[in-house]
Every structure is written in structure tokens, then in C-alpha cells.
Design a protein around this ligand. Sequence first.
Ligand SMILES: [Mn+2]
Length: 342
Amino acid sequence: MFNDENENVNLLSPPYDGVNMEVQILGSWIFTHGDVDGLCAGAIALAAYPDANVFFTHPYGLEGDLHEAKDADRIIICDIALSESHLNGLLKAFSKIAETSELIYIDHHPLPEGLSEDEIAGVVVHSLDSSASELTYRFFQSRIDSLHARTAIMGAIGDYLDDTPLIKRLLERWDKRTLYFESGLLIQGIEGQKRNYDLKRSIVYNLANKIPPSFDRMLVELAIQNTHLEEIAIRELRDRAKLYGNVAYILNFPFSHGKTATYIRGLTGAMVGLAGEERRGMIDMSLRASSQKIDLNRILRRITPHLGGSGGGHPMAAGARVPKEKFMEFLRELNECLRGID
Ligand SMILES: [Mn+2]
């Protein structure tokens, strides 16, 4: 239900900024996530349908956004988890759209518990093992230039999913050092640019046109600035991370939650790193695990609801929110679930 980057949770996207709905409503629409995997998946879909409109959304905004696009001829959704809390509405919206339009749903987040792929209307491309970019590349491969193998690789790196059989095979045809440089620019460049949809849309158009990130001077500049901020954050985090059992955590540290969680896990050697912030009485957080033996998605889905919160995501990278006064209890239960895993 949560995307990897938990900061999207409260994001109310204005997805139709500057677009005249009256004239844009027909044709193909691409809805994608604003992280690197989402940008690359969206770019591959755009390469397959170059006239498509591209919009950025997130699990909590998808239902409303689909309503706006209900008259489109074709809707392609990439890298957006199906939110448990919106599931009924989403499934209905999917069915309604699939009656009159082509609907393609491409994603790699775990499906809500109890839901199987064939209960989702439209064409469903779903796998937990690959990035959305890889899945989108595989699906549209016959329609796009083979250079887009590179776009798929960059998206996969963005989601730490570059060790899959296909991505490894594709990487052999490139110099991987150059591709890691390009994807590094993309990853570092969009850091902190959550709602900068103009920047993100231009990145998607460039990628769809096979223009690598290094050709965008503004992106390069942002990447360098963010990397310097990250270096300052790393130095501060060494002294500020707290340990509770096997969990390293920090609250209200003004830096990317995902990266902060990764760093405090690494700096302390803890099994799980957690970075969160207080927002309207809740603690919103990102968590990162150190081992494939830990399934954060399963653990968080199990322990958060009875604390009055919610949580989930990928096995090693997930998000959660719990009421502020339940946070220590949450840490206790999380540790309980980590017991016995080495
Ligand atoms: Mn993804």
C-alpha cells in the first residue's frame, strides 16, 4: 500500500496543472510514480505511445485521478501500489474503465492481502521480483527502440532491483559504469523534488526521447547540490541515530526518510533503520532492512493496524504511520518480530 518513499503519503498532487481537460481528455494517459523507477517506467510507456499525456500520482491519489481520466482511450498505470484503503473504489474504477478503454496496470508492489491478479480489470502486468521499469520495458519491448534497455536499467537501479536476470543480461550490452553514473544523476537530481512535476515531466520526455540525464544541466546541478547535502546529513547522523533493540531510529531529521533510514542502519549495524517525522499527531516513517530474511512489508502490515496505523511496501524498504503516542509500542513490536532472524 505504501510506496517505497513514504513522503508521498500525504501528497495531494495537482496532476492536471496547466492542462486543459476539455482537449486533453481523449488519447492515451500515463499515470506513474514520481520516483526514479516511476519516471523510467513512464518514459518507456511514453516511448511506446509518444502522444500520451503523462501525470504523476501515488497510491492515495490514483482513484481520484482515474476518475478525471475516465474518457481516455488508453490508460497506462506504472509503479503505483493498490492502496488497501482505496481498494474497492479502485477495483470499481478499473472495471468501469476497462469496459470502454484499454487499461494497462504495471506494478511490482505486493497486492493487498487476499487480492489476486485476475480480480483486477484490464491488462495486469505484476511481479514482485522486478522494478516497474523492467516490467514496462518487457511489456512494450516490441514497440520501442532497443536503446530503451538503458531506461529500464536506470529505473531498476533506482529501486535497487538491478540484479534481476533480465537487467543483468541487458547490462552486459552497456558499460555499466556509465549507466550507474547516469542513474546516479537521476537519483540524486530528483531528491527533494517531490512535487516538482515540471522537472519530472521534462525528465520523462527526455528519457522517452533517449536523452540521458547528464544532458540536462539543471538536473546535474541539482544532483551535485543534493549529494553535498547528503554528505552533511551522513556526518550528522553518526551521532544522532538512536538504537532500540535491533532498530536504529531517528525522528524529525530534515532529510530524505528513505536515505536516512538506510544510512542509520548502515552506520549502526542495526537490522532495521527507521526515519520518521511527526505530522498531525502521527509518526510517518520509512524503514529499511539489512537482510533479505526480513520482510518489512509483512511485519508492518501485521503490527500497524491494531496500533491505529498502517504500513507496508517492499520486503526490505517500506513505510508506515502510527499515532505518535504508540510509537514506542510500535518499536517494541517491531523488535519482537525481528527476534529469531539472524
Ligand atoms: Mn518502483
